[in-house]
Design a protein around this ligand. Structure first.
Ligand SMILES: [Zn+2]
Ligand SMILES: [Zn+2]
Length: 352
């Protein structure tokens, strides 16, 4: 994610900002321009977007709930923005705190959409493609203790997110129970989008053979594989072959985990590039290597270019976190086999 600035006063802005605290301008994100824009009011709830040469926009309908800051072109027939249009079921807002949970879910979902659109990945919603289009369901567990528990997952284009995952204490508890080093809403969205793009790019894209040569045979029983994964510890040498322990469960999960890491890496490298972060740890300096992100990670030449920038950066930021007594921001080790799988994702994303 790049850093944004207010067109009026130059203040640095986050992707989620709705108001420039420096000059008082309202702000909105313009997906077509991939930028946050300062807004000046016009008539009929239209706004002139300074980041788009004054073009007219409206707020996404979900701005009223404080869960979206994206804009819709004023002449568009749509009332929801390019990201909110994919919602099939929003959280039950009659439940206390669900609006705040929804806000966290949307913040992560909008960041996912930013990266997917910067990578120019093909997407269609349920209106454009009623059978296979992408849609999101944010579901709450039944109130009684014996009722059905919502499981986060993907099924034929529909991504379900358990609303309880937006509860920090609840998510942390699940993370610890599962023995996971990393569990975030953004990680969930990136992982589940991997299943959607597997359907589109691998299965429907005629790439099953190349997929199997890298990730293995996905025709093995998925339900049985997941049950076995939860019943047994992962293989002792999983780190040699997989990016995470969960990736060992089934080739589909391996793909989705690796896909999520590809998005983690591309987005975080863009943030580093945007801030001019240059990492030059001593051991690397000895070999005269400097890791500067001087390329657009969305258009990286190959996986080697991404990894060469990523390894020293993630090591440096992990060290910064440790200095603050925080857990590692990237608590993973990328083995050569995992990097090869990331290379497969890279080729897939760029149409190869
Ligand atoms: Zn400003
Ligand atoms: Zn929206």
């Amino acid at each position: 994610m790049r850093v944004f600035t207010c067109q009026t006063c130059g203040q640095l802005l986050y992707f989620e900002n709705v108001l420039c605290v420096s000059c008082g301008h309202m702000l909105g994100y313009l997906p077509e321009w991939a930028t946050i824009s300062a807004l000046e009011p016009l008539q009929h709830e239209h706004w002139s977007a300074l980041g788009a040469n004054g073009q007219e926009y409206r707020f996404c309908k979900n701005r009223a709930y404080g869960v979206c800051n994206w804009m819709v072109p004023a002449d568009s027939p749509e009332s929801f923005c390019a990201a909110c249009r994919y919602n099939k079921t929003i959280p039950d807002l009659s439940i206390a705190d669900n609006t705040e949970r929804w806000r966290k879910l949307e913040a992560a979902k909008h960041r996912l959409f930013y990266t997917l659109s910067r990578l120019r990945l093909p997407m269609s919603n349920r209106v454009d493609d009623p059978e296979h289009g992408l849609a999101f369901e944010f579901l709450t567990d039944a109130p009684d203790a014996h009722g059905a528990r919502v499981m986060t997952g993907h099924d034929n284009g529909v991504i379900t997110l358990a609303v309880k995952e937006a509860d920090d204490a609840m998510r942390e508890q699940i993370r610890a129970q599962m023995g996971e080093p990393y569990r975030t809403l953004l990680g969930h969205f990136r992982h589940e989008s991997g299943h959607y793009f597997w359907d589109r790019l691998v299965r429907d894209g005629g790439r099953l053979q190349s997929f199997r040569s890298v990730f293995g045979d996905e025709e093995q029983d998925y339900g049985a594989a997941l049950r076995a994964h939860y019943a047994n510890p992962p293989p002792v040498d999983w780190q040699v072959h997989f990016v995470s322990a969960y990736a060992t469960a089934h080739p589909w999960e391996d793909f989705a985990e690796t896909w999520a890491h590809y998005l983690h890496i591309v987005d975080t490298l863009e943030t580093a590039q945007s801030f001019g972060v240059k990492v030059q740890p001593r051991p690397w300096r000895m070999t005269e290597q400097t890791a500067a992100v001087d390329f657009d990670p969305h258009n990286a030449a190959n996986i080697e270019q991404l990894i060469a920038a990523w390894l020293p950066l993630s090591f440096a930021v992990n060290s910064l976190n440790r200095s603050m007594g925080q857990p590692d921001f990237y608590p993973f080790v990328l083995s050569p086999a995992a990097i090869e799988k990331l290379g497969y994702i890279h080729t897939l994303v760029h149409g190869g």
